[in-house]
Design a protein around this ligand. Structure first.
Ligand SMILES: *Cc1c(COP(=O)(O)O)cnc(C)c1O
Length: 391
């Protein structure tokens, strides 16, 4: 075998459901020297990262740290710690990732009740109150930003409602952190997990999690040990607390990355960052509508960072996505599950939520749509976006 050449990936614009492009400042810190994972300097870096993570999640929860895994590892961490065999959980399902919650919860031996809504829709409090009254579960889980449909689930009153029933609220914030508000303490969320490669502008590899004092108490009261050794928070916690008790070797370089991603987030300001995501979403949406495309999530609940639109019936999904990638170096997402072949998902997450990106993807998409035989008024998408920015 001849030795493969030095790695030289093509530059891409990553506008799918994640990963999104890594901010240049994050890449820079990733090329700095490794420290030992118990080096006093690294311990300071861990503390700083944890404290910034609390600010990003708007929480004072002591048990807040990044799990060494991707978003799915965060989901698994929350489920296996909160649930033991026989416990009851209600999972709100309106897309692909909530179905994942059902699978992961089921494997803990918990009794899973599924509350369904059509894909692209969100849940209202009355329906949730009804199921809580009937089932009285230990945990209710829900996805804030359903990446498969582009639906934005409101959470403001949900924690309070769950606590009326002594139920813990578990939230998937994988696609929301860094793009839209995630107010863990204000909304009384008991357990939350996220990732690094979507709204935070870092590579995949860490799953920030946070547990409320209520959740910590519930975990302490378990009758059986957590069946996963690696994801048992009582043990990992000793490594992330002042004990620094060796649990596993932290992925040092990824912690550097997350630290810089969080610095960027807090430097910009939480509100300013959410506003930026909204502004660029409005411009992209105006452009997509002008091209004749329709959103798949219900009006009023569309995520700024994940724009899911229906593929016009005459257009071939793969032809367009392949041309976008080969001619323009742009990646967008196809549909998942029920939406396979039916929707495109255009992400404007973190560093990618900027006018240059919006105008570029609209121009390129129009060109690819034309090549696929779909005629949109020339330049309509870009013109509508520019008009939105001007207002
Ligand atoms: C991406 C995603 C996940 C899974 O995260 P990975 O980092 O791919 O493991 C879970 N939930 C939602 C809503 C997601 O969008």
């Amino acid at each position: 075998m001849t030795l493969p050449g030095q790695l030289n990936p093509s530059p891409r614009l990553l506008l799918g459901p994640g990963p999104s492009d890594v901010h240049p400042r994050v890449l820079t810190v990733m090329a700095t020297p490794l420290l030992g994972h118990l080096d006093p300097q690294f311990l300071v870096i861990m503390n700083e990262t944890q404290e910034m993570l609390r600010q990003a999640l708007q929480t004072r929860n002591a048990l807040t740290f990044p799990v060494s895994a991707t978003g799915m590892g965060g989901m698994e961490t929350c489920m296996v710690n909160l649930l033991e065999p026989g416990d009851k959980i209600v999972v709100c399902v309106g897309g692909f990732f909530c179905k994942r919650q059902v699978e992961v919860a089921g494997r803990t031996g918990a009794q899973v009740t599924v509350l369904e809504t059509p894909w692209g829709d969100v849940f209202d409090l009355d329906r949730i109150r009804e199921v809580l009254t009937k089932v009285r579960p230990k945990v209710l889980s829900i996805v804030q930003a359903e990446t498969s449909t582009g639906a934005w689930q409101p959470l403001e009153q949900l924690g309070k409602l769950c606590h009326e029933f002594d139920t813990l609220l578990l939230v998937d914030a994988v696609t929301s952190l860094g793009c839209v508000p995630v107010d863990v303490d204000g909304w009384e969320i008991d357990a939350v997990y996220s990732c690094t490669q979507k709204g935070l502008g870092c590579p995949p590899g860490l799953a920030p999690v946070s547990f409320s004092p209520r959740a910590v108490e519930a975990i302490a009261k378990r009758k059986t040990p957590v069946q996963s050794w690696y994801f048992d928070v009582a043990m990992v916690q000793k490594y992330w607390s002042d004990d620094r008790f060796y649990h596993h070797t932290a992925p040092i370089t990824m912690i550097y990355a997350l630290r810089e991603g969080l610095r960027l987030f807090l430097e910009e300001g939480l509100q300013a960052r959410w506003d930026r995501h909204l502004r660029n979403h409005r411009a992209l949406k105006a452009g997509l509508l002008a091209l004749g495309l329709e959103y798949s999530a219900v009006e009023g609940h569309q995520l700024p960072q994940l724009n899911a639109v229906k593929i016009p019936p005459t257009v071939d999904d793969l032809t367009v996505r392949k041309m976008l990638l080969t001619d323009f170096g742009i990646e967008i997402g196809g549909g998942l599950g029920d939406f396979k072949g039916k929707v495109w998902r255009i992400g404007l997450m973190g560093h990618n939520s900027r006018p240059k990106v919006v105008l570029t993807v609209l121009a390129a998409l129009e060109q690819c749509l034309r090549a696929a035989g779909y005629e949109a008024p020339a330049g309509a998408g870009v013109a509508a976006a520019i008009k939105t920015y001007a207002n």
